[in-house]
Ligand binder design. Structure first.
Ligand code: FDM
Ligand code: MG
Length: 216
């Protein structure tokens, strides 16, 4: 029997939709089952590019809109080959935000010419997720969970536009098969149960197909 490759599982959603909680829980669940799992998040604020992004998000520096968009993308590209290696070595990678956030947050700024399609181009070629779990919550509900933080983008109008664009991206011809919407309004435990089912399904589909990791 040939060894199974790892899977690439992505969590997306608005701020406070429960992504980080659910990521932690899924990682623990899969490890309990004896799987080897790596947990990543984007932006990865620890690299030199990630430090520039962190400074921008926290208001410590300014960046031209195209430039910050490309820095977010470069922050994924600097880890792309490491992700592929992990997956080929049989290690599952669970990621808190990925290029979907990259597309919608930049496009939500409304800069002329920076539409979803433009924003998606630098991401083409990245490792493609086996499944993207979109935790769906309205901006109002998200705000009830403790209000927005102080970082750039953590504002009601921006979050509303981001949610609309996530919906648009889900209709994209190359995305429709990968993104699954999860109602994030239920309890943490209920959402977790739903996620376990969806992840099992996506993983067995990948195993049955026997296909290698694909590219965006
Ligand atoms: N964000 C995140 C982007 O604008 N582009 C990206 O490519 C990524 C990955 O950064 F407002 C935004 C989304 C969010 C902010 O994310 C920081 P976290 O998850 O709150 O750290
Ligand atoms: Mg945040």
């Amino acid at each position: 029997m040939t060894a199974r490759r790892g899977k690439l599982i992505v969590f997306e959603g608005l701020d406070r939709s429960g992504k980080s909680t659910q990521c932690d829980r899924l990682v623990a669940h899969l490890r309990n089952r004896g799987q080897r799992v790596e947990h990543l998040r984007f932006p990865d604020r620890t690299t030199p590019i990630g430090k520039m992004i962190n400074s921008y998000l926290s208001g410590g520096s300014q960046q031209e809109d195209h430039v910050i968009h490309l820095l977010f993308s470069a922050n994924r590209w600097e880890l792309a080959s490491a992700i592929s290696t992990l997956i080929n070595d049989g290690i599952t990678v669970v990621v808190d935000r990925y290029y979907y956030s990259g597309c919608v947050y930049s496009a939500a700024k409304g800069v002329v010419g920076m539409d979803l399609e433009w924003c998606r181009q630098p991401e083409v070629g990245l490792p493609r997720p086996d499944v993207c779990l979109f935790l769906d919550l309205s901006a109002e509900e998200a705000a009830k969970r403790g209000g927005f933080g102080l970082e750039r983008y953590e504002k009601k109008e921006m979050q509303d536009r981001v949610r609309e664009l996530f919906a648009e991206l889900r209709e994209h011809k190359d995305e429709a098969d990968d993104i699954v919407v999860v109602d994030a309004g239920c309890s943490v435990g209920e959402v977790e149960e739903i996620i376990h089912g969806l992840v099992d399904e996506a993983c067995s589909l990948a195993d049955r197909s026997g296909l290698p990791l694909r590219s965006v």
